[in-house]
Design a protein around this ligand. Structure first.
Ligand code: BGC
Length: 809
């Protein structure tokens, strides 16, 4: 960093206090201001982590949508995480973004966590390795990452105020570990969480931010607050925070200047923060005359191809009875595709991770294309979505014309009737210039009958269908803040009888108070006439009974799984369980595709032929699904988190606060560490996932630094295996888990091929935290496994202080 220090010090010396503090205080939603006097341009940040939204979150400016972070972790492939990161570095550059707000490396402590889908794993090693790969990939483009949310933001209930009580050991060995790894990988940013940890709000948590992150780990980047997480002027300044975001409700600016003048905050504390901001600015190339950290970014990647590859590699084949998969198209005459999510897959999670992809391949479309020559029949079966999906499709002609007006006018078109942004408006309009937003389209119904239209969002709306006003009113829960409204909008519906083939004009007008158009989440929903719920299931059962195979896509909705709230149940919403059970009874070759970001209960799992877990699969959803179901590609995923059979079996479930506190009383027994302690059997164990070929584990040698594993592909197809290494004390120790993931690597090979892989075992494998890292000497069982519940070979390693370790089988 010396090259930066030399140029930063003279720049810092030129700044007065007000200028310095301006660089630490959000200028608007997404940026830190420019300072042209020293050649500094404005630093732009954007969410993260499945794509790069850009500053506007605007639906007229699409972004590549990769599979959800849990899916990325399900690949167990840090190299692929690096590729994903590279793509997002490239997307950041395309969108003028200098700092990407991700990755999210909080742990999956309970499956009810609302942002479970946005985190990698319940295991700190897997989370850290995937996070480190992602960081390296993004930053290879000279774009900074922001590892978030430091720390303990593992659930959403009362997230702004909750105080998370975590013991030192669990904090170090589990929750901080992925942050430590991502920082060691060189992340230029860290985001501090909303919550407090052990009594101190994270935005002003000096012990963790200044002492651990900056001093102990040597982090030389910027700690940015989560949006509106900084709520104190002096404590945050003294507690290691560097930049408070966004501009709204920001406690710094003039107040920090005053606190420095009053002697409450030493100016050298401010100087340290400014140095960090200038260093970041230099790294990302917005400080004139200073070469950025990356002179020449790597070659551009194809967004669709990366989205497709990650999806395939992330799908977890959880069950495959009698080789139901892959399907053999030549042997098929008729395939039934069933489920609301088969037509309209949920490709990404809700909340700040949300963005608008350029296009989405639905499962129905993907399978339809791949099965040309086969009769593909579709039925909704059951629709779990409480809100109607945004109107889209061929019946809507050329799509939707959107006009923003007030002071200035801007018009653009969209293929679907969903509008969403926070911050910059489409066309670069200022919020005060927009008081009306109009969506207009011509709809030519295919079916005659009662069509349902729905308005959702917040504000005052008027819906006009065929010249007649159908809804006029305000959707605005009293007292709700705009973020809450965005995360849980309301909906109103109206039924209109329409004739088939007769075009009608549909107009949705939204009136917004001046200055408030910076936050919009408006949807015009539509549903064609169709049978009621019972009839829908009967229709699906009928087509399943007449088909060779039934593919049922089930999953969660945005109202169930999103940022901003935790789940209240692990069950699939609506009547989807009943749908699967009845379809499976009608067709023994039922393949269930689960489209959920985090674990859901699968009560029918033992009664269906195959279960494929696809997470939120990103924009290539259906294309990747078709490849995997038809065996063009092998499903590469292994579970990064345990899937329970019953919710009550989970070692940690509820996130109820007591007196504003959530105690992590289970200590280090989180995820599979807790399952092993309880002795309960989950539905699918950590690391589980089948392929289309068979691997035999032939040899294992272990030392303190590595395990060497030899495997042979004894099946008839090319395939890939994730070799997992677990370690645990030979003599049970009640203070430590039975075993834990010590290392992993993926190998691939053709039929008959023998592959030997060397898997590094980090020193931490053998250590516990006791006010410092302490190596625990003694005998360990080290196991090479296909999954936690599928051990293949075990060796004993005796770790001794200074001498040579002794190994034996
Ligand atoms: C989320 C962050 C996100 C930020 C900006 C917050 O509500 O917790 O993850 O980066 O908003 O959108």
């Amino acid at each position: 960093m010396a090259q930066y220090d030399e140029v930063i010090e003279p720049l810092l010396a030129q700044l007065d206090l007000t200028e310095k503090v301006s660089l630490l205080t959000g200028a608007d939603f997404w940026s830190v201001p420019a300072l042209p006097r020293i050649g500094l341009r404005s630093l732009i940040m954007s969410d993260g982590p499945v794509g790069v939204r850009g500053t506007g979150w605007s639906s007229d400016d699409p972004s590549v949508a990769l599979p959800s972070p849990t899916a990325l972790a399900a690949t167990w492939d840090p190299e692929l995480a690096r590729t994903a990161g590279r793509l997002l570095g490239q997307e950041s550059r395309r969108k003028g973004v200098h700092v990407l707000l991700g990755p999210t490396v909080n742990l999956q402590r309970t499956p009810l966590g609302g942002r479970h889908f946005e985190c990698y794993s319940e295991d700190p090693l897997l989370s850290g390795e995937i996070g480190a790969g992602f960081v390296a990939g993004v930053q290879a483009h000279g774009v900074g990452t922001t590892v978030k949310h430091l720390v303990g933001n593992d659930f959403e209930t009362d997230r702004m105020t909750v105080d998370v009580h975590i013991g030192e050991r669990a904090l170090r060995e589990l929750y901080l570990a992925p942050f430590e790894r991502a920082v060691a990988a060189g992340s230029w940013g860290v985001m501090s969480a909303y919550n407090a940890v052990n009594g101190l709000p994270m935005a002003s948590n000096g012990p963790l931010q200044s002492d651990v992150l900056k001093r102990e780990w040597g982090f030389d980047g910027v700690v940015v607050s989560d949006w509106r997480a900084a709520r104190s002027t002096v404590d945050a300044a003294l507690g290691g925070l560097d930049v408070a975001m966004p501009a709204m409700e920001n406690p710094w600016g003039e107040r920090l200047v005053a606190a420095v003048r009053a002697g409450q905050v030493p100016e050298d504390v401010v100087d340290d923060k400014v140095r960090r901001v200038l260093r970041l600015a230099a790294r990302v190339g917005i400080l004139d005359g200073i070469p950025p950290a990356v002179a020449a970014p790597p070659e551009d990647l194809d967004g669709d191809a990366v989205a497709h590859e990650v999806a395939i590699r992330s799908f977890v084949l959880a069950r495959n009875e009698n080789f139901a998969l892959p399907l053999e198209p030549a042997a098929l005459t008729r395939v039934a595709v069933i489920g609301a999510l088969a037509m309209d897959a949920r490709v990404l999670g809700g909340g700040s991770a949300h963005l608008t992809p350029p296009h989405v391949v639905s499962p129905l479309e993907g399978l339809g294309r791949a099965l040309s020559g086969v009769d593909v029949a579709y039925a909704v079966g059951a629709d779990p979505r409480p809100f109607l999906p945004a109107a889209h499709g061929p019946q809507w002609g050329d799509g939707f014309t959107v006009t923003l007006s007030g002071g200035t006018t801007h018009t653009f078109t969209l293929p679907g009737a969903g509008l969403r942004w926070i911050g910059d408006l489409p066309g670069g309009l200022a919020p005060r210039e927009v008081t009306t937003i109009e969506l207009r389209a011509v709809f030519t119904p295919e079916e005659e009958g009662e069509h349902t239209f729905a308005v959702s969002g917040f504000g005052t709306f008027e819906l006009v269908v065929a010249g007649e006003s159908r809804f006029a009113g305000t959707l605005h829960p009293p007292g709700a803040g705009r973020t809450e409204l965005l995360l849980s909008p309301q909906e109103r519906r109206t039924g209109v009888r329409l004739a088939a083939g007769v075009p009608v004009e549909v107009v949705l007008r939204q009136h917004i108070a001046p200055g408030l158009a910076h936050t919009v989440a408006t949807t015009l929903g539509h549903r064609a006439p169709g049978p009621a719920a019972d009839g829908m299931i009967a229709e699906a059962v009928a087509i399943a009974a007449e088909s060779d195979v039934a593919v049922v896509v089930v999953g969660t909705t945005e109202q169930v799984e999103s940022e901003g709230f935790d789940r209240t149940s692990l069950a699939l919403p609506g009547r989807q369980d009943e749908l699967v059970a009845r379809v499976a009874a009608a067709n023994p070759r039922t393949v269930v595709v689960v489209n959920a970001g985090s674990p859901v209960l699968l009560p029918w799992a033992d009664d269906v032929a195959a279960v494929l877990l696809t997470w939120f699969p990103g924009q290539a959803a259906g294309a990747a699904l078709a490849d995997v179901l038809l065996g063009v590609a092998e499903p590469g995923g292994r579970l990064p988190t345990t899937w329970p059979r019953r919710a009550k079996d989970c070692p940690v479930l509820a996130v109820d606060t007591t007196g504003g506190v959530v105690g992590y009383d289970e200590g280090v027994f989180v995820g599979y560490r807790g399952w092993l302690r309880s002795g309960r059997t989950p539905r699918y164990a950590f690391g589980h996932g089948l392929g289309y070929t068979t691997w035999v584990y032939e040899a294992l040698e272990v030392g303190p630094d590595e395990a060497v594993v030899t495997v042979i592909n004894v099946g008839a197809r090319y395939g890939r295996e994730v070799v997992q290494v677990y370690a645990g004390p030979t003599e049970p120790d009640p203070e430590r888990p039975q075993c834990w993931l010590a290392g992993f690597a993926s190998v691939d090979g053709h039929p008959g091929e023998r592959v030997t892989v060397r898997i590094p075992l980090p020193e931490r494998t053998w250590q516990v935290w006791e006010s410092g890292w302490r190596t625990v000497f003694g005998a360990y069982d080290v196991t090479a496994a296909h999954a936690l519940d599928d051990p293949r070979l075990t060796a004993t390693l005796t770790l001794v202080p200074a001498g040579t370790p002794v190994t034996g089988a």
